[in-house]
Design a binder for this molecule. Structure first.
Ligand SMILES: Cc1cc2nc3c(=O)[nH]c(=O)nc-3n(C[C@H](O)[C@H](O)[C@H](O)COP(=O)(O)O)c2cc1C
Length: 326
């Protein structure tokens, strides 16, 4: 089963959510390799894309030209959004996603992200501007509403569909909930019933059981997994296997897992450069080690080691429990 429309194919309909600072290009490549159907770049401000002439790494981060990758734009000015969309399309973006869900104050104070749930006419102008600017499919990622009293997502979705949006992902929380409480998958059903374009359910989906429950409660066409993929980039692929019958990804264990973590580590070093890479990699190593039950002292050595060679030498012991060479 896949999401298939006139303009868009998501196969399988299991996506990796954009997590700024986490789902960078090295991580997205791993998740894609394990069989997830769509990955989304970390949000990028539309004006920055146009004005800042992003340096090579920032451009690469957008995943322009990578298969099954959506580039996510944020902004509140239709002109900048359209220009940014045009630019990233010209550079190879295959899907453009508009962020209408980010709850961060620095984004909502600028009236972008989830603040657009309080200004649907502006949200509509943004969608129209982006759709008119590009030929590739334009999708939307949003929340249920601004607060409990305002579940604007269904209305926004109707407007987005009429304006030509190809798919809508809904995180089942309001902006005022930030990340507290539980995602309300049943409330996503209001959006599903409001439109004919595919709707993807997001929020607190971490495994096959939660994916099935979210799909049953919402009637959505697919799921998007964010934090549930931290330290386990195979998880969206595993969910796709269990729920949609795709081939089962080989989930690495023991020495194979240690090798995968080392490969991920080296990919981060080469993507960010050594010094930044060592620092960025720590959160990922931390999640892998949490899952592996790495002893506290060994974990601390890895998390503080400034030298990548030392980290790589310690990983088999930390992840696979292999004895360290004397
Ligand atoms: C650290 C972090 C960064 C995020 N960055 C983005 C982002 O750049 N764009 C976006 O649309 N959502 C962003 N989100 C929201 C997630 O995509 C997702 O909607 C949310 O985490 C709920 O899904 P989950 O429970 O599967 O993690 C972020 C969430 C977190 C925790």
């Amino acid at each position: 089963m896949a999401i298939r429309t006139a303009t868009l194919t998501i196969d399988p309909p299991v996506a990796l959510a954009p997590l700024a600072g986490i789902t960078d290009l090295p991580f997205r490549r791993l998740a894609a390799r394990f069989g997830c159907g769509l990955v989304v770049s970390e949000m990028v401000a539309s004006r920055e894309v146009v004005q800042a002439q992003p340096e090579a790494r920032a451009r690469a981060e957008l995943g322009l030209g990578e298969a099954a990758t959506a580039v996510q734009l944020a902004g509140r000015d239709p002109w900048w959004m359209a220009e940014a969309a045009r630019l990233v399309e010209a550079s190879g973006a295959r899907i453009i996603d508009i962020n209408m869900g980010c709850p961060a104050k620095k984004v909502t104070n600028g009236l972008a992200g989830s603040a657009l749930l309080r200004d649907l006419p502006l949200a509509l102008r943004l969608i129209e501007a982006v759709v008119a600017a590009v030929k590739v499919p334009v999708t939307l990622k949003t929340r249920l509403g601004w607060d409990g009293g305002c579940h604007a997502a269904a209305e926004l979705a109707r407007m987005a569909e009429a304006a030509g949006a190809a798919m809508i992902t809904v995180h089942g929380r309001t902006r005022q909930q930030f990340y507290t409480g539980r995602a309300d998958w049943a409330a996503i059903g209001d959006v599903v019933r409001a439109v004919r374009v595919p709707v993807v359910a997001n929020g607190d989906i971490t495994d096959a059981a939660t994916a099935r429950a979210a799909l049953a409660a919402s009637g959505a066409a697919g799921v998007m997994v964010g934090r549930g993929a931290q330290g386990q980039p195979w998880q969206p692929g595993l969910i796709a296997h269990a729920v949609f019958g795709t081939p089962r990804p080989a989930v690495p264990e023991g020495a194979a897992l240690a090798a995968l973590v080392a490969e991920h580590y080296e990919a981060m070093l080469s993507f960010y450069g050594r010094d930044l890479g060592v620092r960025v990699a720590r959160k990922h190593l931390g999640w892998y080690m949490d899952r592996a039950g790495t002893p506290v002292a060994l974990r601390a050595r890895i998390m503080t080691a400034p030298d990548p060679a030392a980290v790589l030498a310690l990983l088999p012991g930390a992840i696979a429990g292999e004895a360290l060479a004397a």
